[in-house]
Write a protein that binds this ligand. Structure first.
Ligand SMILES: [Zn+2]
Ligand SMILES: [Zn+2]
Length: 135
């Protein structure tokens, strides 16, 4: 199912400026979690600080999920379930051979119980292993 940049921005109450739509569309077009560097390459005509400001806003509003791919770079993905709705955290997988990180949206991060007094603001679940392409 294809998602539209306008829909994601309006779902998350983000004012749709031309630049924000451009950045969000580039994230949608990218297959899987995208890094800032990859976005800068894809949007070479756009000012870098504009891209990072948009990313910060999107993740603050919950439209993007920030993940650390385990190789030291930060990646962003749109969190949606099968119907295209924004959903809870899904699992990510990083291949130790080709270093690709993918969203595994069919697998939700299990909810965990923390001892009293601990509040979760963010949780991510990254699995490392060998992907089907490298097997
Ligand atoms: Zn691989
Ligand atoms: Zn993801």
């Amino acid at each position: 199912m294809h998602v539209h940049a306008e829909d994601i921005l309006s779902t998350h109450h983000i004012q749709a400026t031309a630049m924000r739509l451009l950045v969000m569309s580039a994230i949608i077009d990218n297959d899987g979690p995208v890094s800032l560097n990859e976005l800068e390459t894809a949007l070479e005509t756009v000012d870098k600080s504009t891209i990072s400001r948009a990313l910060n806003l999107f993740s603050a509003k919950g439209a993007l999920r920030e993940i650390n791919d385990g190789n030291g770079s930060r990646r962003y993905c749109i969190c949606k379930d099968a119907e295209g709705h924004s959903s809870g955290s899904h699992v990510h997988f990083t291949c130790i051979k080709c270093h690709k990180t993918v969203c595994i949206e069919s697998v939700q991060v299990p909810s965990i119980e923390l001892p009293e007094g601990y509040k979760i603001s963010e949780q991510s679940y990254l699995i490392k292993g060998i992907c089907p392409d490298c097997e």
